[in-house]
Design a protein around this ligand. Structure first.
Ligand code: UT7
Length: 316
């Protein structure tokens, strides 16, 4: 079967205006800036304020990504919104479509927590490879600060809000190299935002077990995706992993022998932004001119489900 080439280009990022520092949190719960930085690498996070919403952040990131490609909203065939925290449980992607004025586009949400962006990127690539669509806008956006218990120091220190986006398009030259992923519903109880009788939430996590899962599964899924791409570790220019915890990133880098300078880390400023963290980090290095067209990128998302996914592609 012949397939269409895929390119990944255009980047966008949006975060709420309000910063919440560790020091501010230490006035709400029994914690310290020192503990949070040492255990997670997080210094501050952005928190959604009045007049802001998941859909607005997502649309802002999406608009920027389109602007970088020169495509117009009318060129978009599909909007995939990776989020676990929509403004509306029926889905926020239609609202994003309306805000962007992308009236031709089919738009739907894809829910997979911190793996959401990786799964959405894979889904977009499949639609393009199959020749179904030319241009897919992939947005990762989450506002988990709406869903944490601000009295639970084990979880409220971790999360921040944000949105990031890329465009996946049909191309004569294929830049989509390989991917792998998995799900383990048996251990889903380790990280939940579940319906509890009268309402959802709050976020409930067994941090130690999720940590253990992450440091073993992420190196494995990256190695599998690389194998499928026919590449080895030195072939990759940038490693953009879900920003859950600096210690997880360090452990993965050590296991795979990745030079620290090739990993992207921004959780100090934004905390764990769930589905937004990978495209936000990508947008950061792209906007700084560090990520160059033709470079090879490896991404990996992991988290609730439990779920995990990695993808390898050439940028631009
Ligand atoms: O994006 C989704 C994926 N999520 C993750 O990847 C999260 C993975 N897990 C983690 O990042 C870490 O497990 C945490 C950062 C959540 C916690 O770090 P830890 O080193 O695993 O700490 P712990 O849960 O083993 O707790 C150690 C101690 C406990 O006290 P005791 O029982 O030893 O007396 C906690 O009660 O630290 C205590 N503690 C805190 N102390 C100060 C827990 N949270 C805090 C806090 N401030 N915020």
């Amino acid at each position: 079967m012949t397939t269409t080439g895929v390119r990944i280009w255009g980047y966008g990022a949006a975060v709420p205006a309000r910063r919440v520092t560790n020091e501010e949190l230490s006035r709400r719960v029994e914690t310290t800036d020192e503990w949070i930085q040492e255990r997670t690498g997080i210094r501050e996070r952005r928190v959604l304020g009045q007049g802001e919403s998941l859909a607005l952040l997502a649309a802002q990131a999406g608009e920027q990504a389109l602007a970088h490609t020169g495509l117009t909203p009318n060129d978009v065939d599909l909007i995939l919104l990776a989020t676990s925290t929509p403004d509306d449980l029926f889905g926020s992607a239609p609202q994003v479509q309306a805000l962007l004025g992308a009236t031709r586009a089919l738009a739907f949400d894809l829910t997979a927590a911190c793996s959401g962006f990786a799964f959405a990127l894979v889904t977009a690539a499949q639609f393009v490879q199959a020749g179904t669509y030319q241009n897919v806008l992939v947005i990762g956006a989450d506002v988990l600060t709406r869903w944490v218990d601000w009295g639970d120091r084990r979880t409220c220190i971790l999360f921040g809000d944000g949105a990031g986006a890329v465009v996946v398009s049909a191309s004569p030259v294929n830049h989509w190299l390989g991917w792998d992923g998995g799900t383990n519903g048996q251990d889903g109880h380790l990280l939940e935002l579940a319906y509890r009788g009268e309402h959802y939430g709050p976020v409930d996590m067994n941090g130690r077990e999720v940590y253990r899962f992450a440091v073993t599964t992420v190196p494995e899924v990256l190695a599998k995706a690389l194998h499928r791409a026919g590449l080895t570790i030195p072939d990759v220019d940038w490693w953009i992993l879900h920003q859950a915890n600096q210690r997880i990133l360090d452990a993965v880098a050590q296991r795979l022998g990745i030079p620290p300078a090739q990993t992207v880390s921004h959780m100090g400023d934004y905390g764990n932004t769930s589905a937004a963290s990978i495209p936000l980090a990508l947008a950061e290095i792209a906007s700084q001119g560090q990520l160059q067209s033709g470079q090879t990128v490896a991404i990996a998302g992991f988290g609730a489900g439990l779920s995990w996914g990695a993808a390898i592609f050439r940028w631009g």
